[in-house]
Design a protein around this ligand. Structure first.
Ligand SMILES: [Fe+2]
Length: 232
């Protein structure tokens, strides 16, 4: 799948930004909400627990979250799937016990004007590594493993690709420090745009077209909230 309207998507692209959106109290409320939500995915292979931010568990917090995002992003729509009753999920909580591989979260709708992704750390330490390279096809996991490349995704599953690869060897020090969970040959030609060191109390606003992954720096578990957005 190739995304349409690439030019219109590019117009709203820019550098990643770290900002403080939520107060300490609000972060506590978000953590409490997380505890109260049902588990949607418990993926033993990826070692991750996912929960969706369902509306109406804490209506005040729902309001705060969407209005604060609106202040920062301007006109936007949530793009995190919808509930059976058609209500937007407000984000995806992601509790991981092992670092996530190289991927992009561009979604599965070729007509969507994909916009920003908001990452709000809830349990440190952790980092998200964003690469300069961007991707204008559906959500994809990047791999140089031939077997993995044969994977045929079902609807809603990430495609697999090695088209991110280039010629230049990846920086060895950077690999050792942050990316030891990824085969260094799977980073050929990749350059780091930004390493976001998670700090509770901050949020990162970043374009959805950036290829990224978690760093290997993880202390038992990390927990973050990610919200995907699109424009009208
Ligand atoms: Fe991601």
């Amino acid at each position: 799948m190739e995304i349409k309207n690439i030019e219109s998507i590019k117009k709203f692209e820019g550098p990643p930004k770290v900002i403080k959106i939520f107060s300490e109290e609000e972060i506590k409320s978000i953590l409490k909400l997380y505890e109260s939500l049902p588990v949607t995915v418990n993926n033993k292979k990826q070692n991750v627990i996912k929960k969706r931010w369902l509306q109406n568990y804490n209506k005040t917090l729902d309001k705060i979250y969407s209005s604060k995002l609106k202040e920062i992003l301007g006109e936007f729509e949530m793009d995190n799937l919808k509930s059976e009753t058609g209500e937007d999920f407000f984000g995806l909580f992601h509790e991981s016990f092992a670092p996530l591989p190289l991927h992009v979260d561009t979604g599965f709708d070729e007509n969507a004007l994909i916009y920003k992704q908001i990452v709000t750390p809830l349990i440190e330490p952790g980092d998200t590594v964003f690469f300069k390279k961007r991707w204008y096809k559906q959500s994809t996991t990047f791999t140089n493993n031939e077997e993995e490349l044969n994977f045929k995704p079902k609807p809603g599953q990430n495609a697999r690709s090695k088209d991110h690869l280039g010629e230049i060897e990846f920086d060895k020090d950077m690999h050792a420090k942050y990316l030891s969970h990824i085969d260094i040959n799977n980073l050929r030609g990749m350059e780091v745009e930004m390493i976001y060191n998670w700090k509770v109390g901050e949020s990162l606003i970043v374009d959805r077209t950036h290829i990224h992954c978690a760093s290997s720096r993880l202390n038992k578990r990390k927990l973050g909230l990610t919200t995907f957005t699109k424009r009208k």
